[in-house]
Design a protein around this ligand. Structure first.
Ligand SMILES: Nc1nc2c(ncn2[C@@H]2O[C@H](COP(=O)(O)OP(=O)(O)O)[C@@H](O)[C@H]2O)c(=O)[nH]1
Ligand SMILES: [Mg+2]
Length: 468
């Protein structure tokens, strides 16, 4: 009798403790989203009751809170499935390969079975399941948020002010053609489509030069919208304000100017708002990944561009009650983590500098803005650690070095990667620029098939520990 009462109570409690957590992971293409999610899943699946040495800082893995973790069918069946098996297979090849790059949104779901080890309810053997939905979406799409506040004419002017240096150079082909267009004439769809194509080529060329501040974001990651008229428009950057306003007043229905305006408006209403409604408003926790090392290999313009991009990403989460995003989508994010990725390219003594550099990039002058009601953290990790670290003592000094297989020539190299600037580098830095962050090949997985990482355990601790 007593036993069945207990069992009933236990069952009731257990049902009460099943919950769902929606974790979103974003960042620009190649910032390391796929590597991050693959490693996160791998670290969790490898938790067992005996040895959890791979996650020293994740408490729930050590105090036997987590009983087991399984992959199960995702909740949103219309979104592509995150290809965990494919990515692990790539890492298991001889020699190991980086997981294939992907585009667009993908999703996966884990069931984490746990049993509380502390708290009032531990006497009832409180067990529960945390359903963790992880989804991956391109950071490029978050760059479109400001469009919702701008008319087509305003957006054109803003794009004009961006057109400097390398961007201006790359824009020439498209720009020369647009200049010849009579914008009040009746539209020719084929010409418009071709010009939009030229504009898209220009955006891809910018990306290839390490310039990532690209609007509209869908143009470089169109997915199912490829070749759709909704992506066939561009800003008018060769006209001044009064010329633009004149067109706005006088252009007739069916003219180039009117059609461009309509497509821009349609893009804002359907593509941009659609994305925020469908995904953004359902997120509980958000991870934003940033590769702050690669832009150091390019130029000052690429680096400043990265700053613009990160500040733009950041503004998506910095929402007071009066902000655009709050008014439109009432988001509910309670934890936010900014992560500098690929930290295995530097020695561990440089990690604080890397984190500090990322903060400088995210917030003008490193102001540590607090978010209303959002617990925010900044860290640096390697999701899939490709290098080993060595410490050499020389004349009583410690010197750190890295060893790994360099991607360019597949040779094993030992290097001293030097120091990462902790603040935004000045002109002088760019003149004597000697950064060379090579790519490395992933290391083979050992028998346990746990992916070697750097600080993924502290990420898990921040994101999950209060839910277990
Ligand atoms: N060394 C190192 N390289 C990484 C790591 N994560 C990603 N990369 C590199 O960055 C590339 C892009 O990563 P990926 O996860 O595909 O980026 P995504 O486009 O944001 O999904 C990979 O192919 C690797 O070359 C890491 O933890 N360490
Ligand atoms: Mg990816």
């Amino acid at each position: 009798m007593l036993y069945s009462f207990r069992k009933e109570l236990n069952d009731a409690i257990n049902r009460g403790f099943d919950r769902t957590l929606r974790l979103a992971v974003t960042g620009l293409s190649r910032s390391g989203k796929t590597a991050f999610i693959t490693s996160l899943i791998n670290q969790l699946l490898n938790i067992d009751r005996n040895d959890n040495n791979h996650l020293p800082l994740f408490e729930a893995a050590h105090n036997n809170t987590i009983i087991g973790v399984k992959r199960i069918a995702q909740s949103d069946l219309s979104v592509s499935r995150f290809d965990y098996e494919g990515n692990i297979q790539a890492l298991n090849e001889i020699p190991p390969q980086w997981p294939k790059s992907t585009e667009g949104v993908s999703e996966t779901r884990l069931a984490i079975r746990y049993q509380r080890q502390s708290g009032l309810m531990r006497h009832f053997k409180e067990k529960g399941t945390l359903y963790l939905d992880i989804f991956d979406y391109p950071g490029e799409w978050l760059l479109d948020l400001p469009l919702l506040n701008l008319s087509y004419v305003q957006w054109s002017q803003q794009q004009q002010s961006l057109l400097q240096g390398k961007r201006q150079e790359l824009a020439q082909n498209w720009l020369e053609k647009v200049k010849k267009l009579d914008l009040s004439a009746v539209v020719n769809e084929d010409i418009l489509a071709q010009l939009a194509k030229d504009y898209t080529v220009f955006l891809f060329d910018c990306k290839a030069e390490g310039l990532h501040f690209i609007q509209p974001g869908r143009f470089v990651l169109p997915r199912e919208l490829e070749n759709a008229p909704i992506l066939q428009f561009f800003p008018l950057v060769h006209l001044n304000q009064s010329q633009l306003l004149q067109l706005q007043q006088n252009a007739k229905e069916g003219s180039y100017f009117k059609v461009l305006t309509q497509r821009y408006d349609y893009y804002c209403q359907h593509v941009v708002k659609g994305f925020y409604h469908r995904y953004f408003s359902t997120i509980d926790r958000q991870v934003v990944l940033a590769d702050c090392l690669t832009p150091l290999n390019y130029s000052q313009q690429a680096f400043l561009d990265m700053q613009q991009v990160l500040q733009q990403l950041f503004s998506n989460f910095h929402y007071g009650k009066r902000s655009l995003i709050h008014r439109l989508f009432s988001p509910r994010i309670d934890k936010l983590m900014f992560i500098a990725t690929k930290a295995d390219h530097i020695t561990t003594d440089q990690l604080p500098n890397l984190i500090s550099l990322m903060r400088q990039l995210l917030q003008e002058g490193g102001r540590h803005a607090e978010y209303e009601g959002i617990d925010t953290e900044y860290t640096a990790i390697a999701a899939i650690r490709a290098t080993k670290q060595w410490m050499i003592k020389q004349d009583g000094k410690r010197i750190y070095a890295l060893q790994g297989i360099r991607s360019s020539d597949k040779q094993q190299v030992t290097l001293y990667p030097g120091s990462v600037p902790s603040r935004l580098p000045n002109k002088q830095f760019w003149q004597n620029q000697n950064f060379e962050f090579d790519q490395f090949e992933p290391q083979p997985l050992d028998n346990s098939s746990v992916i070697p990482h750097l600080r993924m355990d502290s990420v898990l601790q921040f994101l999950l520990s209060d839910k277990l």
